[in-house]
Design a protein around this ligand. Structure first.
Ligand SMILES: [Zn+2]
Length: 405
């Protein structure tokens, strides 16, 4: 009996292409983790002799795993070649979030060929998600030159945790299950694989210069709220991959229902969709504000909270009053991160905090009250730097390689 090959691809085995040589793996993983790195930096990060690193680099380049990507003039005017990881074939990376679908195609050198983003109302079903991805990927492919248009593999990043086998859990994508992967593969005619969830944290790590801080937390406020962490350069997901679910700390057991099924989680008060919902309620009850409430019912939480930010910056008293308790609760949760993990670095990320330094500052100064021995102990919160392109590039890399250090 002929069995049709599955369109859902199996995990790519890094073992198959890398030798068993420990030093070679260490160098390769270091390049994957840093995205682009020079030989002197590799020597510094891996603590290996220069001749060993040079030999390994030559072998990795010869086998097409790594490519020299231009030179950079370093101190004393000495040029230094930067190396980056290559992928075996071009890949389409796709990120499905509750309120946005984005896709990008990267060539074998991981250079961006095209990017398309579609903000949306919260996606509520597998069918709606498949349709949203089909639209974005179709539009993206149509915009690309013919030579790269025929990408056959899709790396999928989902804000959902796979609890072994077919079972997924997600508070922001409660519909997510294994049928999504299969449905997409069938609709797009591509091989589809869901990659692990810590891509955005790796994208932030790639933006850091020098040795990694010993401990890093990605404090994310967007469709959900999370505090994913890395220790000694390695992401820590927890025993069941549920570490860092800061948004599900219960603020009030009688509060609004959360996507996780419980009541009164922090996320049900302070994440983008929760703010959007309250803005809609206020709109119907009538308030005086600079915000353009007319357009509200038809826009996504990303857009409505951007309007809220503009009004807040302009000193709008409604926006100021609206955000005060939000800052207070986020500051409280940041205090928990501090007292529980005591990290060396915290990066403020997610669409509610990215490129909004004033809001990060509001949370930071309020968090002192909730943090042990503050203000004499400083809270190491700084804005994150990874862009959507950076995150999608990591997703594409994760499709082919694991990230270990
Ligand atoms: Zn919850």
């Amino acid at each position: 009996m002929n069995k049709r090959p599955s369109t859902v691809s199996r995990p790519y085995r890094q073992d198959a292409i890398l030798s068993k040589n420990f030093a070679e793996r260490a160098v390769f993983n270091c390049i994957v983790n840093r995205f682009e790195v020079s030989a002197p930096e590799l020597i510094n990060y891996t603590a290996m002799p220069g001749s060993t690193v040079a030999g390994i680099l030559n072998r990795l380049v010869a086998r097409g795993l790594v490519t020299p990507n231009g030179t950079e003039i370093r101190r004393r005017g000495r040029p230094s070649i930067r190396y980056r990881v290559c992928i075996p074939r071009p890949v389409c990376s796709c990120q499905v979030e509750a309120t946005q679908v984005s896709a990008a195609v990267f060539d074998s050198n991981l250079d961006l060929c095209g990017l398309d983003v579609q903000p949306s109302d919260p996606i509520k079903s597998v069918a709606a998600a498949v349709e949203a991805v089909r639209k974005v990927v179709g539009r993206l492919q149509a915009s690309l030159p013919k030579s790269i248009r025929k990408v056959t593999e899709l790396a999928l990043a989902l804000n959902a945790m796979r609890l072994g086998g077919h079972r997924f859990v997600s508070s922001v994508l409660p519909w997510a299950d294994a049928n999504f992967e299969k449905g997409l593969a069938k609709t797009l005619g591509m091989q589809v694989r869901i990659v692990p969830v810590f891509g955005p944290l790796i994208a932030e790590k790639q933006k850091l210069k020098g040795q990694y801080p010993e401990s890093i937390v990605r404090f994310q406020v967007g469709d959900g709220i999370s505090a994913h962490m890395a220790f000694d350069g390695e992401s820590y997901l927890g025993h069941t991959s549920l570490a860092g679910q800061l948004g599900h700390i219960i603020v009030d057991p009688n509060g609004p229902i959360c996507g996780c099924g419980r009541r009164g989680c922090l996320e049900a008060y302070c994440a983008g969709p929760a703010l959007h919902r309250r803005l809609l309620e206020d709109m119907t009850s009538g308030v005086t504000t600079l915000m353009d409430f007319e357009k509200m019912p038809n826009i996504s939480p990303r857009v409505s909270t951007a309007g809220l930010y503009e009004a807040w910056k302009a000193g709008d008293s409604y926006a100021r009053g609206f955000m005060r308790p939000v800052f207070e609760q986020l500051a409280w949760s940041l205090g928990i991160v501090m007292d529980l993990m005591d990290p060396e670095l915290i990066l403020a990320c997610g669409y509610l905090l990215a490129n909004r330094p004033e809001w990060v500052e509001e949370i930071l100064h309020r968090a002192q009250e909730w943090t042990l021995y503050s203000p004499s102990r400083s809270i190491p919160l700084i804005p994150g730097h990874a862009s959507l392109e950076d995150e999608l590039r990591v997703t594409g890399t994760l499709y082919f390689y694991q990230f270990n250090e």
